[in-house]
Design a protein around this ligand. Structure first.
Ligand code: DLL
Length: 432
């Protein structure tokens, strides 16, 4: 089902025309209203009138998270504060949070793009959507909330946490759609199992998960654990929040709402645009946002773009599942690994639970990677020999795929911290 066929199924020519017009309007607005952008454009001698359309994007300046911090809190707003009706912020681990603002029209666009994502996951006004993303400064809760209301579904705004209550409402209210992070979905699935509730007996049928990297292997795990179909939703506060893109029934990439957010893939080192199909850093230009339109925002997220028309009927460009951020890459004894590569191996091992931690340390001059992994209880044994055998088997598999020796610690059930929001699975002791 397609929420907005006019916009999601445009011909490429129509889409390019729309993007060209919207980009020109946006540039004129930011040049006029945001001193930061006027200065940046003056520095390179470009005026809005010089830009003919999206083919000129590579000549325009980037925006980075640091630019948002330097203009904290409201310095990049393109409208007077009287027109701003909401702010969100991403906490970030270091430094000041990044703040984003919305006008009433921005809130409408936000609801529209999340509505598209929900439809794309098969949700309709018949559904009861349990929103277990955090509500608050984080965009997940309110973003999904407004999108769910837009399609006319019944929203259960439970927010994140309180897992026993989540399970109770899944049973009592018969929620049909669950929206939360994939790591929290895995925790909810485990709680069902603990409470001896057969997921297939629940009305729950669909999940819309995102806000953190996850793998296809994890998606299959969650589908099984909750007896649902699971879909990927991507977004970031700086661009709008969730709904920048979402996967569809084809399960082959995420359709970008490119009438609002124009994507590019660049090489993070040379900053040059890469052709479709190459892996690199995602960059978005938010052309319709009123309060805080960003020009060529560098997301640090790694993906690739696929312009082929999808079997679902949407013509919008697709991005591959984000497998990590450029700053997530671990360099261990000279080998580059992304946590998601490790997850893919672990989730392919039947004995492994979807709960693991990666601990990187340095012994002398040597980096070490310790993987702590919980085992399915039925595989846990008092027999040392049996445990050693499982341990060797898993370790061998990981080392084979990663080309890196690791320390594998099989830990007892419930040892590792469960995630109720964005999972934190990496501790890098080399940095402390
Ligand atoms: O996480 C918005 C969101 C809420 C998306 C709910 C999906 C669902 P931020 O807190 O600003 O916003 O974090 C944005 O999270 O740059 C990615 O690194 C990561 N991320 C978001 N969605 C995905 C996803 C929200 N589906 C940052 N897959 C982004 C992988 C994701 N990473």
């Amino acid at each position: 089902m397609i929420w907005n066929e006019t916009k999601e199924c445009m011909s490429r020519d129509e889409m390019t025309h729309l993007q060209n017009e919207r980009l020109k309007t946006m540039l004129a607005r930011v040049y006029q209203n945001v001193p930061f952008y006027r200065r940046k454009m003056q520095e390179i001698g470009i005026e809005p009138g010089d830009v003919k359309g999206i083919s000129d994007l590579p000549h325009l300046p980037f925006t980075t998270k640091q630019d948002l911090r330097d203009n904290y809190p409201f310095g990049l707003f393109a409208v007077p504060k009287s027109q701003v009706v909401r702010v969100h912020a991403s906490t970030g681990t270091t430094g000041k949070p990044t703040v984003v603002g919305y006008t009433p029209k921005d809130i409408q666009i936000f609801a529209e793009v999340v509505a598209r994502a929900l439809y794309s996951a098969g949700a309709t006004n018949e559904d009861i959507i349990q929103v277990a993303y955090g509500y608050g400064l984080f965009t997940g809760g309110l973003g999904l909330h407004y999108g769910a209301e837009r399609i006319g579904a019944a929203v259960v705004p439970i927010s994140g946490g309180n897992t026993e209550k989540q399970v109770q409402l899944l049973e009592d209210f018969g929620s049909t759609v669950l929206a939360c992070t994939p790591s929290y979905a895995a925790y909810i699935a485990e709680t069902l199992e603990k409470n001896k509730i057969d997921p297939a007996s629940l009305p729950l049928r669909t999940g819309i998960f995102g806000a953190e990297p996850w793998t296809e292997e994890m998606r299959l795990r969650i589908e099984k654990g909750l007896a649902i179909s699971a879909f990927d939703i991507y977004g970031l506060s700086e661009i709008i929040g969730p709904g920048v893109s979402a996967s569809c029934s084809a399960q082959d990439g995420l359709h970008i709402a490119e009438d609002h957010f124009i994507p590019e893939i660049i090489d993070s080192d040379t900053l040059q645009p890469l052709p479709a199909g190459s892996t690199g850093e995602l960059v978005f230009t938010a052309v319709t946002k009123e309060a805080m339109p960003l020009l060529r925002y560098r997301t640090r997220d790694l993906s690739k773009l696929n312009p082929e028309i999808c079997s679902c009927g949407r013509t919008s460009i697709r991005m591959a599942r984000v497998f990590g951020r450029s700053d997530d890459m671990l360099i261990i004894r000279g080998v580059n690994v992304f946590p998601s590569q490790i997850e893919a191996v672990l989730m392919d091992i039947p004995e492994a639970k979807p709960h693991y931690m990666l601990i990187i340390d340095r012994q002398g001059t040597l980096d070490t990677l310790e993987i702590q992994l919980e085992l399915e209880e039925r595989f846990f044994s008092d027999e040392l020999a049996e445990m050693e055998q499982i341990q060797r088997k898993i370790q061998h598999k990981i080392e084979n795929v990663l080309g890196l020796s690791v320390i594998l610690k099989l830990v007892e059930h419930n040892t590792l911290k469960r995630s109720e929001g964005k999972a934190e699975r990496v501790i890098d002791r080399r940095r402390s």
